[in-house]
Ligand binder design. Sequence first.
Ligand code: AMP
Ligand code: GLY
Length: 418
Amino acid sequence: MKRVLIIGSGGREYSIGYFLKDEAEIFYAPGNGATEEFATNIDIKDFKELAKWAKENSIDLTIVGPEDPLVRGIVDVFKEEGLTIFGPSKKAAQLEGSKVYMKNFLKKYNIPTAKYIETSNKEEAYKFIDECKKTPIVIKADGLCAGKGVIIAESKEDAKKAVDGMLSGEMFGEAGKRVIIEEFLDGYELSMFAICDGEDFVLLPAAQDHKRLLDGDRGPNTGGMGAYAPTPLATPEIYEKVKTKIIRPTLKGMQEEKAPFEGVLFIGLMIVDNEPYVLEYNVRFGDPECEELMALIDSSLYDMFKNAATKQLDKIDVKIKDMVAVGVVCASKNYPYSSSEPAEIKVDDLSDCNGYIAYAGVKKIDGKLMATGGRVLVCVGFGKDVKEARDEAYKIVDRVHFDGKKYRRDIAYQALEK
Ligand code: AMP
Ligand code: GLY
């Protein structure tokens, strides 16, 4: 059997291993309290040490889940050791690591995005804001801020306050000392995921995430409270435009930049008047989007990742199931504000449910599976359409019990309102 090492510990990484485990023996660094039920968790943090371990243990393929190790160059370290690893190099990971790099790249290669300026100078920022014809105005910190570095300012005054907060370092430290100020795009959002090998790509079904904590898209931003795919909001025409106007020029541009893009290109899109604009790139799967997408792949998942990591995507055909997957995140009591007391998780019989649970913020304590904070798990339902998949997802949610469990009740509402 093949041997696969997965880097990360969340629901995203759980789902990759869960759907790979029939094809390969799975190892996680570090994994979580539920991954140890079907895989081996390894506790090595240093990249060089980890690469050494992977070599000694004949790992065939390493898959990196989160952005942080990518931005810190794990792929470069593994490749230097001659290992096969799926993910972008440190240089290519700048597409996510720096918003300034990303925006300048989009502009250089003529890829549609909101008009913007980049600056670390307060007067320049104020001048751009004063000259904006419309509000809201969007202010973004340059560096990684765990998804919190974007402020949509309703007035010019608020926009200036956000600029002050960021440039002074008060709001996001070093990550905010350079900012992007851009026009507000008024449309609907989609997430698309392209598996890339530097030259070729496979575009997966489009998803919609739910970033806010509360029903009706209210409350604070989170890492994501639920997602579904495919979304009927992405028409064949939109897929085509995304391929030709965004993904192909991006892969070509990254080649020209001498940073060919391998890994998952996660494109955050705003669709305005049927035209796609790039809001942001991420260089990894979305979480919880990955938990649905892995369930939709109908051909060898191992081959998909392995061929992408070895520039052979053109040799395989990735098949997609004719079904919808809806994922509902169950988070702990104090998420996203503060940590919560560990709480035991109990799950009733799921044998009549069509779906699965992807575990994230969990630990095994004295043999019991405990919710240890943040996003605890994702209940993913499958169905022939959005409604059926959503009903299955909520059926699973009702069978999961832990103190403080909270979740949104309206995941996939956009598709059902359509
Ligand atoms: P980002 O991290 O750049 O994707 O921004 C986070 C969220 O802010 C996005 O998912 C959008 O909802 C919103 N956003 C970012 N940029 C814009 C923009 N130019 N126009 C409208 N909404 C935006
Ligand atoms: N769910 C959005 C993200 O992973 O960034």
